[in-house]
Ligand binder design. Structure first.
Ligand SMILES: [Zn+2]
Length: 575
């Protein structure tokens, strides 16, 4: 096979653009009724066929042998040139992502290059990554669109229409907008099986499912990945797909899931090290593990997951009774929260490891929380003057991810709390055990009683983030989660460092709520300063490392068993 599949099977006719048939049909009707618009905007994720559709439209408008139902022939000279993306007198493709593209767009007007070459032809400008155009370029285009020359069509393609709305709102009212659908795994699988059948290649259904999932909504990626698999052998098998894409066997995911279920936190390190030796991509691992949690959730709730392999469906069914939907949901929400940070991190393995340890400790964590809640219930509400801290100490059980976040503070305050806690849950309120007494005595005041210093602040950073989140400032909290405390002065000025102008802005806007959150935990906080660092400055890297080190330290403090397990790996983890 010399021609890459992605190229060979790129649609040449509207009818071939199967997934986006809603757009293809509308365009074809516009041609047949002679109502072609002057400008179109195609929006959609990458790989959904924006450029392909634009080219098919250009072909249909310029084809020498257009069919009666307005399909391009795909074989004439005009069609071939346009389909291949080659320069043509009448069809100009501009990539706005390159500087050249911006100049091109700006020059469009002055070059007066609109007129098509013949009276039957259309001049089509296809502007890819249109959100990258400058305001100037848009202004120039707007003038053209206000008085559109005859038989000139602009097609803007973008993955980020909201940026166009910001930069060039007036343009939007002059274009006909189409939103292309994200291509689902089922669509990808179906298309792959059609293509492979046409190529005379056998493929097993599970392997196609794996390819479809890996392609993540991009038909182009799905076909190139298939090429990659075929380059290793003539068939498409599950093992072949795993080898070619560096995917981990389903059993490895199940093993991780079981490890979490059985609270074997100490085994996480060995398991993750093995995956690392195998050369696994931790980004893919995280996504795969999320898929598995989601699938298990669906199974627990009595639903089905169509894209799941038969093997995995069976395995998850046998595990059905081991999970509560709420636990799976909690894990998924923690994972989703981590994801953006994970993608940018240079420490993916460590983050993945930490995540699994958190999951493995999850049940136990909640039990401890229940104990503390029970203990606090009577004395603190009876003590009067509880003010607004009260709900923070006695959180509701249903607050999912939040419950996890809060936990380090509570453990730090109540360090001697027993690790095996199933029994105390039963009778916490009447138990006047010495462990409980100090917590109850200190009451709500304990929350704010931590003397401010940089180490304690770093250690409790997650709590500060969580307090801001619970105060209803989700955006500020997310920005704060990306930030790190850098310095604390003797007069109580806390300096927070964060990368990127947007995050600096978010933190500055939320300074008041950050201050409140800090004061609810620490004594002597006077002021919050936000410091921005640019791009990939080395200090940010150090900060991220420090944050991870703190996380590990917190986890260790939580659980003596984990503490012992980490000791062996300590150098590697905290080096
Ligand atoms: Zn043609």
């Amino acid at each position: 096979m010399s021609l890459a599949l992605a190229r060979k099977y790129r649609p040449r006719r509207f009818a071939d653009v199967a997934v986006q048939s809603h757009v293809a049909t509308t365009l074809r009707n516009a041609i047949s009724s002679d109502r072609v618009a002057h400008a179109y905007l195609f929006c959609g994720p990458r790989g959904t066929g924006k450029t392909t559709l634009a080219r098919v439209l250009a072909m249909a408008l310029n084809c020498e042998n257009r069919s009666a139902d307005c399909e391009p022939c795909g074989a004439c000279e005009a069609c071939t040139r346009i389909w291949g993306g080659h320069t043509s007198i009448d069809v100009v493709e501009i990539d706005a992502a390159s500087n050249r593209g911006v100049d091109d767009a700006r020059d469009l007007r002055s070059r007066a290059a609109y007129a098509p070459s013949g009276d039957k032809n259309y001049k089509v400008y296809i502007i890819d990554e249109a959100h990258m155009l400058t305001r100037e370029a848009w202004n120039a285009l707007l003038k053209v669109l206000e008085e559109p020359p005859p038989r000139v069509v602009f097609v803007f393609a973008t993955t980020e229409p909201q940026k166009i709305a910001q930069a060039a709102a007036p343009v939007l009212s002059r274009v006909q907008r189409f939103d292309l659908k994200r291509i689902g795994p089922a669509d990808v699988r179906e298309r792959l099986s059609v293509v492979l059948k046409a190529e005379g290649i056998t493929a097993d259904a599970d392997a196609l499912g794996m390819l479809a999932r890996a392609a993540d909504g991009s038909m182009r990626d799905a076909l190139s990945l298939t090429d990659q698999v075929l380059s290793l052998g003539g068939t498409v098998t599950t093992q072949g797909v795993r080898d070619a894409l560096g995917l981990v066997h389903e059993d490895e995911y199940l093993a991780l899931l079981d490890l979490v279920t059985e609270h074997r936190a100490g085994d996480v390190f060995g398991a993750v090290a093995r995956l690392s030796d195998f050369g696994a991509d931790f980004g893919l691992l995280l996504a795969g593990f999320a898929d598995l949690l989601r699938a298990q959730l669906a199974v627990v709730l009595g639903g089905t997951v169509p894209e799941l392999s038969e093997y995995l469906t069976g395995e998850l069914a046998t595990r059905k009774s081991r999970y509560q939907a709420s636990d799976l949901l909690r894990m998924l929400s923690i994972l989703i929260e981590l994801e953006p940070h994970f993608r940018r991190s240079g420490q993916q393995q460590l983050l993945f490891e930490t995540l699994l340890v958190r999951f493995a400790l999850l049940d136990r964590t909640l039990s401890i929380e229940d104990v503390l809640k029970g203990v606090q219930g009577a004395p603190s509400t009876g003590g009067g003057g509880t003010r607004r801290e009260a709900p923070e100490i006695a959180p509701s059980r249903g607050s999912s991810a939040g419950a996890m976040r809060r936990e380090p503070t509570m453990l730090a305050d109540a360090a001697p709390a027993p690790t095996r806690v199933q029994a105390p849950v039963q009778a916490p309120v009447h138990a006047p055990a010495p462990v409980h007494a100090p917590i109850a005595d200190r009451g709500p005041a304990t929350v704010a009683a931590i003397p401010l210093d940089i180490n304690r602040l770093s250690e409790h950073w997650d709590d500060v983030v969580e307090a801001v989140r619970r105060a209803g400032r989700a955006v500020v909290a997310s920005a704060l989660a990306e930030a790190a405390p850098m310095a604390v002065t003797a007069s109580g000025v806390v300096t927070v460092e964060v990368t990127g102008e947007a995050l600096v802005q978010a933190l500055e806007n939320g300074a008041e709520s950050i201050l409140t959150a800090l004061r609810s935990r620490f004594s002597g906080v006077s002021k919050v300063m936000v410091r921005g660092v640019g791009g990939d400055a080395p200090s940010k890297r150090l900060t991220a490392d420090a944050v991870i080190a703190n996380r590990v330290a917190m986890l260790r403090k939580r659980d003596p068993m984990l503490d012992a397990a980490v000791d062996a790996l300590d150098l590697r983890l905290l080096d």
